[in-house]
Design a protein around this ligand. Structure first.
Ligand code: NIG
Ligand code: FE
Length: 392
């Protein structure tokens, strides 16, 4: 190893899940393993008995190691919360996307520093729960300045940033949705594109319809942004088909799918991102993960952390729900929360621990990743490494 670069050998790994062959689920878990990290990257993984020498040694004491979670869907730039709305929902009120406007008002009224520190708190919570790559959307500003501000602030703290000016039509554009769409695909897009990797539209009855979604996606793509979509969350609709037609990186929610939606996802590169915390927190039926997986679609799991439909940012919690209530196997759920999320962000350097990957991983206070679903609600993340360094 070069003299200026330090190599670190991690030993005493009871079970190492590398997902090194990120195409499949099998054969990616090694018992009694070791890993070598050099220059922030994975340099070697294998049985502990065959581990090479290194400059430093870290003993993990029989714990499991998994790739850091990739949370590919979150809304983290906002002020206030909607705890009262949640309480009302739990005693019978339905979820309505109209609540978004409550958060828009609070967010517009907040200073940069308030938004920044809220974001810092949420991203810190995520890191401590094993999430090492975060995607964050705008969508609670809905003016040119407030959307650009949200993306600029997100850019300071997360790796993947998504322009969601098309979250809902804001109150001041009531009955003038067409004018708002013109703003979203025109001046607002111009102001936001420099900060964004992706554009997203909430394609849903009560938000944006097929034609409006097409117009916004077409303009965003012309600006060089990759695409993703909030699709088929509250009912059947055109969202999934549009995501596939536009070659979007992901179609998110996928709660109400018909046969042609399943076929379209299975025959495409578009990742079906499932957000089990939303159905949990809105007491809604879960998406049919089994049908998607069995049809051959690629599935990711993300939190959708936001103050309305789902205010958890815990990937272990979402894995537990996906396993318990969506009938994903623990291996499928872990893969979806790591490699799946990376694919949804079009990244191949994170979400796995193959040689050359970024050394982002979680050390679990458990002998196996199975405990993530087996012991829901228990803080099993012992330590988190990012870029080859312990950070939490
Ligand atoms: O992904 N569906 C649209 N947006 C969010 C909810 C936002 C909110 O209720 O504040 C979601 O569920
Ligand atoms: Fe969302």
């Amino acid at each position: 190893m070069g003299s200026s670069v330090t190599s670190t050998l991690l030993t005493g790994i009871a079970e190492l899940t590398t997902h090194a062959d990120s195409g499949g689920l099998a054969d990616s878990t090694v018992a009694d393993a070791a890993m070598v990290v050099v220059d922030g990257r994975v340099a070697w993984t294998g049985p502990g008995a065959g581990a090479p020498d290194a400059d430093e040694r870290v003993e993990l004491g029989g714990r499991a190691v998994i790739p850091g979670f990739v949370d590919s869907h979150a809304h983290l730039v906002f002020a206030g919360d909607r705890a009262q709305e949640f309480a009302a929902r739990m005693t019978g009120a339905p979820y309505s996307a109209g609540g978004i406007r409550t958060t828009v008002a609070a967010t517009r009224g907040a200073s940069d520093d308030v938004l920044r520190s809220n974001l810092r708190r949420l991203v810190g919570e995520m890191l401590r729960q094993g999430t090492t790559t975060v995607e964050c959307k705008s969508g609670y500003g809905l003016t040119v300045e407030d959307e650009a501000r949200a993306l600029r602030l997100a850019r300071e703290q997360v790796e993947a940033v998504t322009y969601l000016g098309a979250h809902v039509v804001p109150a001041e554009y009531k009955d003038r949705a067409g004018e708002y769409v013109d703003l979203v695909k025109g001046p607002m897009l111009d102001a936001c594109a420099p900060y964004a990797d992706f554009a997203d539209v909430f394609c849903e009855r009560g938000a944006f319809d097929e034609e409006q979604t097409r117009e916004i996606l077409t303009a965003a793509r012309a600006k060089g942004l990759d695409l993703r979509l909030h699709a088929n969350q509250l009912g059947n609709g055109p969202g999934v088909q549009l995501a596939v037609e536009f070659g979007a990186a992901s179609a998110d929610h996928c709660t109400f799918l018909d046969d042609k939606d399943i076929d379209a996802l299975a025959g495409s590169q578009t990742i079906a991102t499932l957000l089990p915390g939303v159905e949990f927190s809105t007491r809604s039926p879960y998406p049919d993960a089994r049908r998607l997986l069995d049809a051959g679609a690629t599935v990711a799991i993300a939190t959708d952390c936001n103050p309305g439909s789902c205010y958890t940012n815990s990937m272990p919690f979402c894995i537990a729900v996906a396993v318990r209530d969506m009938h994903m196997s623990p291996a499928e759920a872990l893969w979806a929360a790591t490699v799946g999320g990376a694919k949804a962000l079009r990244r191949d350097d994170v979400g796995h621990l193959g040689v050359g990957a970024r050394a982002d991983f979680a050390v679990l206070d458990a002998p196996s990743y199975l405990h993530l679903a087996y012991r829901p609600g228990v803080p099993l993340v012992h330590r988190v490494w990012k870029n080859g360094t312990p950070v939490a």
